[in-house]
Design a binder for this molecule. Structure first.
Ligand code: NAD
Ligand code: 89V
Length: 341
């Protein structure tokens, strides 16, 4: 099979993880880089030995023979870059948050459909191996039918140092982090019929909300709580671990700190260590997220080579995006129930 050739757009903080992971993905490689910031482009080119560099994305797409683009810019540029790539018949993997509005998200999905190109969202948290282990425990039937869940991310880690836009954007935790946690809840408990949210800002030095608590009513009468905070000062910092509780008709699953997975039912309690591997280029505590970047990129390459729809396709991600916007609407109305859409 021919090697899939990709061009990466946006050589900022998180793209460095993309590039490390692409080196390990069989059957795909990044052959060209683009960033409108010349210094970042040069530094990334030197770090990864990728010599074909562009300051303009359209110029890169027109000059290079690419199969796909990897969009690692912040959200404001996603729609124009996705439409540009789709019009040229290129497959696309695009970072989260996929879109700034439902309208933009739907337009991107429509563009990909019109040009018959694969569009996948880099919604990577559900690709973390501890999260996959929770899903496998549920799917094994060990706890019967889930009826309640909690997906929780609480931290006081200084995320603003590496990602300064998180402190200055009008909206913060639901759009940046809650989007992952809501997606995990969809992944574990199914599609959402109703939602209610409350938010607050604790840190006076940032613009948006840094705490959100969201109650979701899923199809099949499952209820879940998604709670996120970047204002929670714990004795032990868990960043960037997502902690999970699932109650089922025959037992319970708990994903606790330090990646301890506990499955309990009438036969007893089984505890396992589901720590993600520390990839050679990764560093703690980010290794959990970094491993999921490799997993999602490998999935994208696999879908392209087999011509199948990715799990976190643009179309799928519109359902997660709808939860984000419903959560903001609900919070603006003091927690009133919303139907996502
Ligand atoms: P960043 O600001 O560090 O990097 C973005 C880069 O894109 C900058 O270098 C900028 O010059 C470049 N850029 C912007 N528009 C461009 C354009 N039109 N053409 C060429 N280059 C352009 O941002 P970041 O922290 O790396 O975040 C990038 C995206 O990754 C965001 O959407 C963020 O939410 C996401 N992110 C995802 C995860 C995850 O786990 N999935 C983690 C962190 C960040
Ligand atoms: O994963 C992310 O999207 C990051 C962070 C973990 C800091 O929220 O922005």
């Amino acid at each position: 099979m021919d090697m899939l050739k990709g061009g990466l757009i946006g050589c900022g903080f998180f793209a460095q993880n993309h590039l490390h992971a692409w080196r390990d993905v069989e059957g795909a490689e990044i052959v060209a880089l683009c960033d409108r910031d010349r210094a970042r482009l040069k530094a990334t080119s030197e770090s990864f030995g990728i010599e074909r560099c562009y300051e303009d994305a359209a110029a890169m797409m027109d000059a290079e023979k690419l199969d796909f683009v990897d969009i690692a810019t912040t959200v404001a540029t996603h729609r124009s870059l996705v439409e540009m790539a789709a019009a040229r018949g290129l497959a696309i993997i695009c970072q989260k948050p996929f879109a700034d509005s439902m309208e933009d998200g739907k337009a991107m999905v429509a563009a990909a459909r019109a040009h018959e190109v694969t569009l996948m969202v880099h919604e990577n948290f559900r690709w973390q191996s501890p999260i996959r282990a929770v899903r496998a425990a549920i799917d094994s039937g060990a706890i019967g039918s889930p009826f309640w869940g909690r997906v929780s991310f609480r931290s006081a880690y200084d995320v603003y140092a590496a990602q300064p836009y998180l402190a200055t954007d009008e909206r913060f935790i639901i759009q940046d982090l809650g989007i992952h946690i809501l997606d995990i809840s969809r992944f574990l408990f199914g599609e959402v019929e109703t939602l209610s949210a409350r938010t607050t800002r604790v840190n006076p030095r940032i613009r948006g909300e840094d705490v959100a608590t969201i109650m979701l009513g899923h199809e099949g009468n499952v209820t879940s709580i998604v709670d996120c905070s970047y204002a929670t000062k714990l004795p032990r910092e868990n960043f960037p671990e997502t902690l999970i509780e699932v109650d089922g008709s025959h037992g319970t699953v708990r994903l606790g700190a330090d990646y301890r997975l506990q499955v309990h039912n009438g036969s007893g309690t089984r505890e396992t260590d589901v720590s993600p591997p520390l990839l050679p280029w990764a560093e703690k505590p980010w290794h959990n997220i970094q491993e999921s970047v490799f997993n999602i990129e490998r999935h994208f390459a696999d879908c392209l080579s087999r011509d199948i729809e990715p799990e976190t396709s643009g179309e799928d991600n519109l359902k997660t995006l709808a939860l984000v916007y419903a959560a903001y609407r609900s919070a603006e109305e003091g927690g009133r129930m919303q139907v996502p859409g």
